[in-house]
Design a protein around this ligand. Structure first.
Ligand SMILES: [Fe+2]
Length: 282
């Protein structure tokens, strides 16, 4: 059965079709984000569930962006065997990688990039994030002892390669009745504007689960299967806002905050952002 779900991002309406998707259900009358389960509970911005903070100087940001540009250019050359122009920029990525098939070959590799490959030594940068949040962080997942992955998200203009609206904590909640103690970080690198920034639902982490209508397994949207649980509405709304975050800043948000449907609505600019999680260190 096909169903059309509608969302609003800012003042723009978006519709997505879901077919053969797991059923949508409301949960119990419990709030998952609490003092003992949400590591950002004591932050001054907790009620909103997100904040943006400067952590790189102009020079540091330029160096990060340049390193990433070179890494992506190298992957395009190696994976697609095509010439990359000397003046290649991440914003013009879609001029070089023109088909969906080629794009998936490239992002298959950017997923495996280590931060050191593009000049972003997470361990050296951790103290900056710790200073902003006021507690110790680690890039090791306490559940399995594995090191975190930094995801380089590349979204071509008008493409639909993004996750549906979701909360990051749900997968482990459903699989193991476990709420992982992490904070999400989203760092804009290129093409991030009020038409392409990450959509978030401020305050949505505070709803009890009987106000959240969602799947309890990976969603299927526009024929693509996702790992994330898809949320249809929260507190009777399906309204998202584009996060306000500048270059050189990081967007921190609760692992319980609803976000996603990151349509790149810029007509002719590729969006690139780094995305990862950090855990609270005991
Ligand atoms: Fe997410």
């Amino acid at each position: 059965m096909e169903d059309i779900l509608s969302y609003t991002i800012g003042d723009k309406k978006y519709e997505v079709s879901v077919k053969d998707c797991p059923p949508f259900d409301y949960g119990k009358e419990v709030r998952l984000s609490r003092e003992d389960t949400d590591i950002v509970y004591s932050q001054p911005w907790y009620d909103e569930g997100h904040t943006s903070a400067k952590f790189l100087s102009e020079e540091e940001f330029a160096s990060l962006k340049q390193g990433l540009t070179q890494s992506v250019a190298k992957i395009i050359r190696n994976e697609l065997g095509i010439e990359v122009p000397a003046d290649f920029s991440l914003e013009r990525y879609h001029d070089v990688v023109t088909s969906r098939e080629d794009h998936f070959k490239v992002v298959g590799k950017t997923r495996d990039l280590f931060a050191e490959d593009f000049n972003f030594p997470v361990k050296q940068i951790l103290p900056k994030f710790e200073k902003i949040l006021g507690f110790a962080l680690t890039d090791i997942n306490p559940e399995d002892g594995k090191e975190l992955h930094i995801i380089v998200r590349i979204n071509r203009p008008g493409s639909n390669d993004y996750n549906p609206p979701h909360k990051d904590v749900y997968e482990r909640v459903d699989e193991a009745d476990y709420i992982p103690p992490f904070v999400n970080l989203w760092i804009p690198i290129a093409g991030v504007t009020e038409n392409s920034s990450l959509p978030i639902a401020p305050g949505s982490h505070k709803f009890t689960e009987n106000k959240v209508l969602r799947t309890h397994n990976g969603a299927v949207v526009e024929g693509n299967r996702y790992r994330v649980r898809m949320i249809k509405e929260w507190g009777g709304s399906s309204q998202l806002e584009r996060a306000k975050v500048d270059y050189g800043e990081v967007l921190f948000f609760s692992g319980h905050l609803i976000h996603g449907l990151a349509v790149n609505a810029e007509p002719d600019t590729t969006r690139v952002a780094l995305e990862f999680r950090l855990f609270k260190k005991d």
